[in-house]
Every structure is written in C-alpha cells, then in structure tokens.
Design a protein around this ligand. Structure first.
Ligand SMILES: NC(=O)c1ccc[n+]([C@@H]2O[C@H](COP(=O)([O-])OP(=O)(O)OC[C@H]3O[C@@H](n4cnc5c(N)ncnc54)[C@H](O)[C@@H]3O)[C@@H](O)[C@H]2O)c1
Length: 467
C-alpha cells in the first residue's frame, strides 16, 4: 500500500482517487474548498450529490472511504506522499494551445512544500515535454534536499463510464526517464490492475500517446462524418456503411458513429492542442487539421438543415432539445454540440426547451447561459413541453430514452421535424414516423426518407465515367 496525493478534484481526480483507494492510501487535494466539502458530505452519507455526475462514483467513494483523505490545505496534501498525481485542468487558450497555468501552479506548490522523496506523475493531458517543465519548476522551489522524479501517466477514462474504465482499462500508460522511479510506478499499479495492461515507456512517448489516442478517435469520427455527407448526396446510408466497415477487426466498430460532430471536454481541445503543437514544432499534422475542420463543417451542415426548413427565419420558433450534455450520462457541457446548436438557435430568435436525464446538466446550462435566460426553458420531464407551439425536436445525445420515443406524445407538434443529431433512430421507426407526417433529418441517412435517385446516379456515371 502506497501513500498517494491527487491534485485536482475534478472529472479525473475524484474517480481516480476513489479507484486508487481500493489498495492505496489516497489524499485528494483541491484548493476549491466547496468541492472538497461536497465530496466529504457524500462520503459521510450527509448528501447524495457530488459536484460532478459520474455513474457509481458515490458508491466507490463510500466503499473505500477508509483510505480516502480530503483536503484543501497544501501542507496536509504534501505530508509524506510517495506518489503525487497531478490531475488539474488544461483548458485550451485562445490559440488552441493547452493552458498550462494550473499544471505550473501545482508544480510550484509541490516545489515549495515537498519535504520527502517522491514520484510525481502528470495525469493531466499536456503537450509533450511538460514533465520536464514541471521538474524544473519543482527544483526551483524546493526548500529541502529531497530526491524526486517526474513522469507522465495520462488518463484515458471517459466521462459517464469513468469508474468502469478505471477498473478494467485496456491499458495503463505511464512513462518516466528515471528507471528506478519507473520500476516503482510499475509496482504501484500491479496492486491495482492486471499486469498485462501495464504499458511503460519514456516520459515523452507517454505524453504524446494521450494526444495521439484522442486524435485517432476523433479522426475516426470525422472520417465517418465526411462519408455521411457523401451518403446524403448520393443516397447511401451511413449507418450501413458504418456497420459494414466496423465489423472488419482491423478497423473496429467503435468511434464510427456519424453525427453532428464530436464534442466534450477532450476531443476538441486535444485535437486542437496537438495540431497547434505540431505546427509550432514545424511538423504540421494535416490529417488532424482536417479532422477538426470536418468536425466544424459537420455541425454547420446539421444546423443548416434546421435553418433551411424554416427558410432562414427562426424568429418565434420553438425547439425541444433532448440531451444537452455532449453525451449521455454526463453533466459536463464543455464543448457540447447540443449546447452549440441551442445557442445558435437562440441567437437567431428561437426559444429552446431543454430536457436531459442528468439534472446537473440542466443546472450547468442555466449557470453558464445567463445571457440567454429569456430564450430557454428547462424541463425535468421528457415530454411535458410538447404542444402545438413546438416546431422541431432535436436529439442531442445518444441516451437510450431517446431511441424509442413515445410518439403519441409528439403528435401535437406544430411542425413535425425531428433532427437526429446522433443518428440513433432506426430505419423502421423513421419510416413509421414519416407515415405520421413527421420529417426526419439526420447526418448521412437522408436516403431512408428521401429514397434514391437512380437515374441521377446513372447519368452522373455516364457523364463522368464513359467516354
Ligand atoms: N474529463 C475527462 O473526461 C478527461 C479524460 C481524460 C483526461 N482528462 C484530462 O485530465 C485533466 C483534468 O481534467 P478534468 O476534466 O478532471 O478537469 P476539471 O476541471 O474537472 O478538474 C480540475 C480540478 O483541478 C483543480 N485545481 C486547479 N488548480 C489546482 C491546484 N493547483 N492544485 C490542485 N487542484 C487544482 C480545480 O479546482 C478542479 O477541481 C485535463 O488535463 C484533461 O484534459 C480529462
């Protein structure tokens, strides 16, 4: 059992701390005392609400409470830890580069207060080389003669499944150039995970692996989104193409869903960050730049379908959005595509009615959008807002509650438009809805509703492919 301190009580820090506490003594440190108190109240059964929404996290914290210590005091946080994991935010700055302010502050604090030998690992997603910067900052601040090593241990959990991802990860990636420290890190993880899941490497490779993984996944999505646009033009169905290529083991079925674009706190920021980093290193990553461009274009493509249906005039229209989080089961609205769509609609004179299965997502929307307060209404019920004043339903995320809607409750709509931003309605349902005069719009499945213009395709081939 090792003594560990986690810097940062956010979407990564809290689940990671709760998970490490299965076998290690963990201190979770965050200067934000409110967050620390919220976790404490949950652990002490005085509340059932954390500041972040994460499935099974409350149970995990309570299960391992004997090994969890919470503090917002830096002195307490640095009482003899053997390992420190930095899990603070690295939001994008205005140039799309990772803002290292919080990482650097954490490093300076560690330097100033560290009094024992220790291994410091960066869990935050950072540009390659940051560990060396952290090492310098700590060295400069040190008041005692202690031996320390800095490495990287990027996090791959996904919001909504963080607890499960931590328990059964595909791999744990970590890197440190100090081989003695690397051995100790391996030892630390062997108490927690399957030995064959451990993936140890140099510091730089580990840092780059995180950006590379997110860029690869985002590229898969953008690849499908660019095909989706081609599908709509020629009359193919992108879900069928997705199924057809996803079953090829070399490609794999995950992250192939065409949609209104990827969002969330990681993909947009990390693709921007690696593209910007490579550009600064004068090795432009054209493929990732395209990934980002396709993503933005796909969202515009989806949004324009709505605008075109209303002849570019959204004044006095009313839309329902089901799912405001960037994906199901999260309250995190960072770079959420449904939020982007909602704001565009409101900017153009529409009123939006928002429902999400996670109450915290609605609270966050309310808090983050004061400028629009007269333009939206939040709902705790999925259907209560439907009336003859509603012009369209937008499906914002992939929650199963949205896959099979209670259609009787939608029939009162003034205009029966359904915009499926995640392509989750199946063909049978779409055809049934069409029979009830609903108009279904998606990304890459227009042919399900519009059919196929064979003559146009034949004449295209005759014109372009036959001499
Ligand atoms: N959210 C995800 O799904 C996810 C997944 C993998 C990796 N990451 C990466 O992990 C990092 C953390 O992300 P997050 O979503 O948990 O961020 P977050 O914003 O939810 O949490 C960061 C926390 O760090 C705290 N903090 C700021 N300065 C601090 C300091 N000096 N000492 C201690 N705590 C401090 C903040 O108060 C905040 O609670 C980011 O680099 C992110 O890119 C996030």
């Amino acid at each position: 059992m090792s003594k560990v301190t986690i810097f940062g009580a956010g979407y990564v820090g809290v689940p990671t701390g709760a998970h490490f506490a299965r076998t290690h003594k963990v201190t979770i440190y965050d200067p934000d005392i409110e967050k620390i108190n919220t976790i404490r109240q949950v652990i002490e059964n005085q509340s059932d609400e954390l500041h972040i929404h994460e499935k099974d996290l409350i149970e995990l914290l309570r299960e391992n409470h004997e090994n969890i210590f919470l503090t917002s005091s830096i002195e307490e946080a640095l009482k003899n830890p053997e390992f420190i994991f930095i899990a603070v935010g690295t939001p994008p700055n205005e140039k799309g580069r990772a803002n290292l302010k919080y990482v650097c502050e954490a490093a300076e604090q560690i330097g100033e207060h560290l009094t024992n030998n220790c291994i410091i690992l960066n869990k935050s997603t950072v540009p390659p080389g940051t560990a060396y910067l952290v090492q310098d900052l700590i060295s400069k601040g040190l008041k005692k003669d202690v031996k320390f090593a800095v490495g990287s241990c990027p996090e791959f959990l996904a919001e909504g499944t963080a607890v499960e991802d931590l328990r059964t990860p595909d791999r744990i990636v970590y890197g440190c150039d100090d081989l003695e420290a690397l051995d100790k890190i391996t030892h630390f993880f062997t108490f927690l995970q399957r030995r064959d899941s451990l993936c140890s490497m140099t510091t730089l490779s580990s840092e780059l692996t995180k950006y590379a993984a997110n860029a690869m996944l985002a590229t898969k999505i953008s690849f499908m989104n660019s095909l989706a646009l081609l599908c709509d033009t020629i009359g193919a169905n992108v879900r069928e193409v997705q199924d057809g290529i996803g079953r090829d083991q070399r490609i794999g079925s995950k992250f192939l869903n065409a949609s209104m674009g990827y969002g969330g706190s990681c993909f947009p920021k990390d693709t921007q960050a690696i593209a910007e980093y490579a550009l600064l290193q004068e090795v432009p990553l054209a493929i990732i730049e395209s990934t980002i461009q396709i993503n933005n274009h796909t969202t515009d493509y989806f949004y324009n379908k709505i605008v075109e249906d209303f002849q570019e005039n959204l004044e006095n229209t009313n839309f329902v959005i089901w799912g405001i989080g960037f994906k199901a089961r999260t309250d995190d609205l960072r770079e959420s595509k449904p939020v982007e769509i909602a704001r565009k609609l409101m900017d153009n004179g529409a009123h939006v009615h928002i429902y999400d299965t996670v109450p915290g997502a609605l609270n966050n929307f309310l808090r983050e959008n004061p400028k629009y307060s007269h333009r939206f209404t939040l709902h705790n019920d999925q259907y209560e807002m439907f009336s003859d004043e509603i012009d369209g339903l937008i499906i914002g995320n992939e929650h199963e509650k949205f896959r099979n809607p209670d259609i009787d409750k939608l029939t009162t709509m003034r205009h029966k438009y359904i915009y499926d931003g995640k392509n989750i309605l199946n063909n049978y349902l779409i055809k049934y809805l069409t029979g009830l005069q609903f108009q279904y719009k998606s990304v890459g499945k227009d042919s399900v509703v519009n059919g196929l213009d064979k003559a146009k395709l034949v004449s295209f081939l005759q014109d372009k492919y036959m001499d």
